[in-house]
Write a protein that binds this ligand. Sequence first.
Ligand code: UDX
Length: 442
Amino acid sequence: MRIAMIGTGYVGLVSGACLSQFGIDVVCVDKDRDKIDGLNRGELPIFEPGLDTLMANNVSAGRLIFSTDLPPAVDKADAVFIAVGTPSRRGDGHADLSHVFDAAKEIAAALNGYTVVATKSTVPVGTSDEVERIIGSLRPDAEFDVVSNPEFLREGSAISDFMRPDRVIIGTESKRAGEVMGHIYRPLYLIETPVLFTTRPTAELIKYAANGFLATKITFINQIANLCEKVGADVQDVARGIGLDGRIGPKFLHAGPGYGGSCFPKDMLALARTAQEAGNPLRIVETVIEINNTRKRQMAERIIDACGGSVQGKTIAILGLTFKPNTDDIRNAPSLDILPALQAAGASLRAFDPKGMEEAKEILTGIHWCGGAYESMNGADALAILTEWNEFRALDFDRIKSLLKKPVMVDLRNIYNPREMAEAGIQYFCIGRSDMNRKAGL
Ligand code: UDX
């Protein structure tokens, strides 16, 4: 079995490396020569735990190669995966499908023998049909089927998500294509992974509906957290209490500063647009988008309130810039709203993130970049935790108090326990849990 993976972003690179681990010969293709040259030197363009070892093992086994040359990769392939970026189109929030359609045209020219063309990028309903039309019009002679095969991996746990997925979704009505896809995912069959065969539009909508539901679930608990603060309840216990209901489940009920990343924000916009254009607007999705965007902006207000209502002339230590831990990705991270708002309110910022600072430096300006968590706290008036990196989970309270001008911590990820913080003499502000400061006289 030979596969060509078109696109070496998070999805393409992880999928290509994992499929080669299945024993399949994979050629990962990208137009970006620098990226391909780097990959051929063993340099990864992204940080993803375990990906370097997985890639190195399969490159040395001769099953995984990187190339800028699409035609020979497609010519020899039994299946070609389109895993190029589908960013939000400027201005209207639709998914920009130009890279998908460009890839379809290049693939068409190189097809040789029966080939499955699988759309793995997150694409709006109907895109696979359009890919089939493009290829068919350019190559009426070619023997091929287009399949929708969306990916559900999460950054930071992408390899385990690919290797042990909750399910595989395959959208096709071609028996022959189904057999090829079944062969590709056979190692997952062996661990009894559910494989759902359905139509292409259904497979495409499953992806958006999944992300839409997850983003809604997060936004729901964030809203409940706000209510908890008003009525003196504890959102973590509410999450635990509802999550024990098998119909709800415990995951994605961590209240925080709002969701970010390269997927939820863009996929929610695309889903809302698709629904509007279909004459069936998804009001829930539209409302979740608006609430989440507002929430990220509101988080700066929380930090300002914790500093007595003004951060003018004050220094704030910021821990965490990435949209979640175990990634270097800061796309749509709450930090991109929070830090500029604090600066606009007159604060100076000292920031540290274990992996995200290089990307952050491209976007955020006027920040004092620090080499570690405690360095950021040096002389600061308050500390704010924006991302729940493990290394922020056991900070030394005495050291924090010795470094900060005032022992004030705003924990937007509920890493710490309010009672413990009160006992440690730290004014602690968090999400959706009772304020122990007053009771502790802080
Ligand atoms: C998401 C989907 O989970 C994945 O299935 C899809 O393939 C791509 O998009 P990803 O964006 O990598 O994955 O990260 P995820 O772990 O889903 O977190 C997304 C955002 O939600 C992050 O900003 C995270 O901090 C936030 N989040 C997640 C919460 O605020 N609370 C939670 O309980 C879970």
